[in-house]
Design a protein around this ligand. Sequence first.
Ligand code: ATP
Ligand code: MG
Length: 411
Amino acid sequence: MTARPEGNPLTQATPPRPASILVVDDDQRNVRLMESILKASGYSVLKAGDGEEALRLVESHAPDLILLDAMMPRMSGFELCQRLKGRYETRLLPIIMVTALNALEDKVQALEIGADDFLSKPINKVELLAKVRSILRVKALQDAVERQKAELLASNNALVRMQGFKESMMQMVVHDLKNPLASIMGNAQLMLMQKAQLTPGRLEELLQRTQESARQLMRMILNILQIGKLEEQKMPLRLEPLALHQVVQENIAEMSGLSARDGIGLASRAPDDLPPLVADRELVGRVVANLLSNALKHTPAGGQVVVDARQEGEEIVLTVSDTGEGIPEELQPHIFEKFVAGQGDHSGRMLYDSGLGLTFCKLAVLCHGGRIWLTSRPGAGTTVFIALRRQGPPARSWEAAAPPAPGASAA
Ligand SMILES: Nc1ncnc2c1ncn2[C@@H]1O[C@H](COP(=O)(O)OP(=O)(O)OP(=O)(O)O)[C@@H](O)[C@H]1O
Ligand SMILES: [Mg+2]
């Protein structure tokens, strides 16, 4: 990075350091003269008596500018200039060639091989300092451009990676949506083909299955759409006073056909005298629906799913508990992340595992300024807890999301 001694506005990110200038000349008197002029103006000076030494100093000290004598024994200034300009790492290192007073040919050659400017001997102090300043200004601009180029390249790479990630996620999502849709189509086809022979009981069963798959499909689509909005914090909350036990009852009523068919007890213990809480009815309802769907999916016949709610200080805590298979311990720390899903159970039931339900629940709860966590023991069951503020979300609900309860997997 280049900085003028008095500080350069282009390089404000780090404290300015004096620009370092490498003086290369086999004549020690010239070196001393330029050194004293440059040092008096606050530059830091490196010195080399020949081309080889200069190359070593460029390597070890990365100077900001070189003042290079054209005529030197062994490696001439021209040759050194050509080598530095020909190397990718040093191609932008500015070089001022120092030539004899009337050596027009040398000056032309210096410019042709890529030198940035030239100075004539004997050195004129004012001219030397003016050229050094102007070249360092250009170098500072060039450095800034190079930095921005590197930053742009890095963010472009990140975008490309992200795009690839999104595409593969989209494929997974589309694949997951296919399952409930296939079930709807299969049931419809069955009803059409067998309409003459179907008993009313069988017809009702097929219609119920079709409806369940349609609900699943809708739940998955809404999860996908709303997760995107919630992540970008673009989901407008429609806040209203909410009787939580009613929301729970509505969802239980929707799932009762499914739970009865699978032989799972489903009940609410949420008291109907709970104080109302301020929340978005649709989002809270969909959180409850997702939790019930999970509990029913992962509880075998004969098991129980219970929803409870209680007031705790300024919060209402809702729990959805099941006596199901539980969540494997290694999955628990990541369970609220997108697309994290288990292997499904072995009961032969159709499970739709896109791994988005709990992510949606987490985001919906956090945007209310609430907390979500769960406890689960493989083989014994799972309880998901949601704590929502009775007063509704605070002004900046996303930042206000409180820390998890101890010993639990939390969002
Ligand atoms: N109550 C539960 N009992 C056992 N495992 C559960 C329970 N709830 C969630 N899980 C596990 O957590 C995983 C993630 O759940 P999540 O709701 O996020 O996605 P999903 O149910 O797989 O798919 P969907 O997007 O349709 O909800 C599930 O695949 C399952 O393995
Ligand atoms: Mg789910």
